[in-house]
Design a protein around this ligand. Structure first.
Ligand SMILES: NC(=O)c1ccc[n+]([C@@H]2O[C@H](COP(=O)([O-])OP(=O)(O)OC[C@H]3O[C@@H](n4cnc5c(N)ncnc54)[C@H](OP(=O)(O)O)[C@@H]3O)[C@@H](O)[C@H]2O)c1
Length: 244
C-alpha cells in the first residue's frame, strides 16, 4: 500500500469501526462516516490527527456530495470501504423490514459505491472494497431481503469490475464476505454458531485489503461452509432447517 488514505462508510460501530482502528494503527489517514455523529466524534478522539468525520445517511440524495466533502477533508482517497448495512431476521416477512433493508443495502450501497467508482475513474486509480456477506451465497428463508441484498452486492461488484476493465480504469475490487460476527447487527438474543469477534474479523479484512484480494470469505470455517452450501441442490436446500 503506497498510498494511505481511506474512506470508510459505516464506521460508527462493528466491523467498520474496527477496520478503521486498525488502519489508523498502521498509519493511514481515514475519513469515517455514518449517521450517528456522537459515535463518529468518539472514534475521531482516538486519533484526531488521522481521522476526519462526516455524517452520511446512505439513503439520502446528498450522500454523494457529503462523501466528496469527506474525501476533501482527508486530502484524497486511495481506498474506499463500504461497510454500512442493516439486516434482521424476518420470518414474518414484515414489509417494512424488507424494504428498509433493500433501501440501505441496495439503493444506498449503489449510491456510495457508484460515487467512489466515479471518483476513481476521474483520478485514474483506486481500490473499492465492500463488506457483503456469506449470506449472499444462497437465499436464506429467515432473512430474505438481507440475503438477496448481499447477493446483489456481490453481483454489482462483478459488474463494476467488468465496467472498469471496459473503460480501462485501473480500479481494484475486494468483496469481503464474513460469516457471523458479534456486532449490533446480530444483537437479537438469538444463537449464532461460529461467532467471530469484530477485532479478529477486521484483522482478516485488513490483510485481504493489503493483498488486494478479489473475494475474501472470512474465516476458513466459513470458506468450507460456503463451499458445501454451493454443492447443495435446490430441492434439498429448501428443506434445510435453519433455527436459532
Ligand atoms: N455482523 C455480522 O455477522 C456480519 C456478517 C457478514 C456481513 N456483515 C456486514 O458487515 C457490515 C457492517 O455490519 P456490522 O456487523 O459491523 O454491524 P453494525 O455494527 O450494526 O454496523 C453497521 C454500520 O452501518 C451503518 N449504517 C447503517 N445504516 C446506515 C445508513 N442509512 N447510512 C449510513 N450508515 C449506515 C451504521 O452506522 P449508523 O447507524 O451510525 O448510521 C454502522 O456503522 C454490514 O454491511 C453487514 O451486512 C455483518
Amino acid at each position: 500500500m503506497n498510498h494511505k488514505r481511506a474512506i470508510i462508510v459505516g464506521a460508527t460501530s462493528g466491523i467498520g469501526k474496527e477496520v478503521a482502528r486498525q488502519l489508523v494503527a498502521e498509519g493511514w489517514h481515514i475519513g469515517i462516516a455514518g449517521r450517528r455523529e456522537a459515535l463518529l466524534k468518539e472514534l475521531q478522539a482516538e486519533a484526531p490527527s488521522q481521522i476526519s468525520i462526516q455524517c452520511i445517511d446512505v439513503q439520502e440524495d446528498e450522500a454523494e456530495a457529503r462523501l466528496y466533502q469527506l474525501i476533501e477533508q482527508v486530502g484524497g482517497m486511495d481506498l474506499f470501504l463500504q461497510s454500512s448495512g442493516i439486516g434482521r431476521q424476518n420470518r414474518d416477512l414484515n414489509a417494512d423490514i424488507e424494504i428498509r433493508t433493500l433501501e440501505t443495502n441496495g439503493t444506498g450501497f449503489v449510491r456510495m459505491v457508484g460515487a467512489a467508482f466515479r471518483y476513481f475513474r476521474k483520478q485514474g486509480y483506486g481500490h473499492i472494497a465492500v463488506i457483503s456477506s456469506i449470506a449472499g451465497t444462497k437465499g436464506l428463508g429467515s432473512a430474505p431481503a438481507y440475503s438477496a441484498s448481499k447477493r446483489f452486492q456481490n453481483i454489482y461488484i462483478d459488474a463494476l469490475e467488468q465496467l472498469a476493465y471496459m473503460q480501462k480504469i485501473p480500479v481494484r475490487f475486494t468483496d469481503i464476505r464474513p460469516g457471523f460476527v458479534k456486532t449490533d447487527i446480530l444483537n437479537d438474543n438469538k444463537h449464532y454458531p461460529m461467532l467471530m469477534d469484530a477485532q479478529t474479523t477486521a484483522r482478516h479484512i485488513v490483510c485481504a485489503l493489503k493483498r488486494k484480494k478479489r473475494v475474501a470469505i472470512i474465516d476458513w470455517r466459513y470458506r468450507l461452509l460456503v463451499w458445501g452450501w454451493r454443492l447443495i441442490p435446490r430441492w434439498i436446500w429448501k428443506r434445510l432447517p435453519v433455527r436459532n
